[in-house]
Design a protein around this ligand. Structure first.
Ligand code: SF4
Length: 442
């Protein structure tokens, strides 16, 4: 256990051997080099996919560069979200304040792009010097007549998870500000899919085939006017609950909109997501359509999955992702193609999530909360994993050790959600785990 800092021992558990609840939901240990990102980054990744809004970072250029075009987040229309603007605060601004510079930057950009709304992110240094960003936003909102929303996200205030909450608060300022003339009764908002590689469009097709109207997508391929009308939906369907639970709760408290937690990864969870929505609307016809859809998709999918399973059986995987709910779906999806999960970790899991993971995984599986590169490298080698599934910060860990990596986060280019996503996932696991290149690494 020399690779685990004493203060972190409660955040590491073993399925089957350790009945104690994992010590999670807490601040990262100073000096442990957590894989978590800062508050600003957390808020930025959630708000980034609102494609017709202006995103301006009030802070040093480094903060903007860090999160510039951070996600794939495909758009079916405007692409204003892909431009990352920054006030580029310098020493002089830190001493005398950056309010004037901020006012000029926002007004100039509104003139240039005519956005539907603007999100103004504050970063660490603004938290220190105390620029009154709220006041600047109110002034320009009166002048420009569009929502100008401050996103108070100095990085030092906490971790990425706190940034999710800040982003939800910013989105909530938009919700309920406009009503479209007619929102169908059987309509949902999709919360927590970020359309990284077009998965949102797969989901829209499924819901359309079931007769469900999607009112707003928050935030993948998101539009300001749809979010403003989000209070008129009958149900919030929440994926990536780590980032969107808070918004769902605020919408329940204020607009009495119920929510349900789903996952679109893996065929079991995907099917449950569709059935649960049909069950919510108590609509037999909708349920029949969902069953028909699942049957059709299974018929296309199963022969291909069987092919991969025959070749991948016996391989071992390590998973380290942001939200534990996604990790749970991944364990199930890997099992379907014959791959055993030997390590599961997340940055932001809850006690409930980890208890579920423990029950789901084979005895001996290592379970980690808020891990770091030293622990991850050690366990990956100890458990002899063949493939590592994670995000951008885990890729170098896998490649330095010399094992295959599957990106399940910001940088992926293939949709991994839904039934076609399951096939893409199997293909990627197969191509990476079986690649001959690993024979040539030490
Ligand atoms: S920690 Fe602070 S300085 Fe670093 S990226 Fe986040 S907001 Fe910017």
């Amino acid at each position: 256990m020399a690779h685990i800092l004493d203060e972190r021992k409660g955040q590491v558990s073993v399925a089957g051997a350790n009945v104690a609840t994992i010590d999670c939901n807490k601040a990262s240990l100073a000096g442990s080099v957590s894989q978590r990102a800062c508050v600003f980054c957390g808020s930025r990744v959630v708000l980034y996919p609102i494609v017709d809004a202006l995103h301006l970072i009030h802070g040093p250029i480094g903060c903007a560069a860090y999160t510039w075009d951070i996600r794939g987040s495909l758009s079916s229309g405007p692409e204003l979200h892909r431009l990352s603007y920054c006030t580029d605060l310098q020493e002089k601004d830190v001493i005398f304040g950056g309010v004037k510079k901020l006012y000029e930057a926002i007004t100039e950009l509104i003139e240039l792009h005519k956005p539907k709304a603007a999100f103004i992110y504050t970063t660490c240094i603004v938290g220190v010097i105390g620029d009154d960003v709220e006041q600047v936003c109110r002034t320009i909102e009166d002048e420009a007549k569009i929502p100008i929303i401050p996103v108070q996200a100095p990085g030092f205030q906490g971790s990425k998870k706190d940034g999710y909450k800040v982003a939800c608060e910013a989105i909530f300022r938009l919700v309920g500000t406009k009503s479209k003339p007619e929102t169908p009764a059987k309509s949902i908002n999709i919360l927590g899919d970020f359309n990284l590689a077009g998965e949102l469009w797969i989901l829209l097709d499924y819901y359309k085939r079931m007769g469900v109207h999607v009112n707003a997508t928050i935030t993948g391929d998101g539009r300001v006017d749809d979010i403003a009308n989000a209070h008129n939906a009958a149900l919030n369907v929440v994926q990536c609950s780590g980032s969107m639970n808070y918004l769902a709760k605020m919408m329940k408290d204020t607009y009495n909109i119920p929510s349900m937690r789903v996952s679109y990864f893996g065929i079991e969870d995907m099917s449950d997501a569709l059935y649960d929505v049909a069950r919510f609307f108590k609509d037999d016809e909708m349920m029949d359509k969902a069953r028909e859809l699942v049957k059709e998709e299974f018929a296309k999918l199963m022969p291909q999955l069987t092919w991969y399973k025959e070749r991948l059986t016996g391989k071992k995987a390590a998973i380290y992702v942001g939200g534990a709910f996604k990790a749970i779906s991944l364990v199930k999806a890997l099992r379907l193609i014959g791959v055993e999960t030997v390590i599961v970790g997340s940055q932001t899991g809850t006690e409930e999530d980890y208890d579920l993971i423990k029950k789901l995984c084979n005895e001996g599986t290592i379970i980690l909360d808020d891990s770091n590169p030293v622990e991850l490298s050690h366990f990956v080698k100890e458990k002899k994993a063949d493939i590592f599934i994670g995000g951008v910060k885990e890729r170098p860990i896998a490649h330095k050790i010399g094992l295959g990596f599957c990106d399940h986060n910001h940088e992926r280019k293939e949709p991994l959600a839904g039934y076609e996503g399951m096939i893409n996932f199997a293909k990627e696991i197969y191509a990476t785990a079986m690649s001959p290149v690993w024979k040539f690494t030490k």
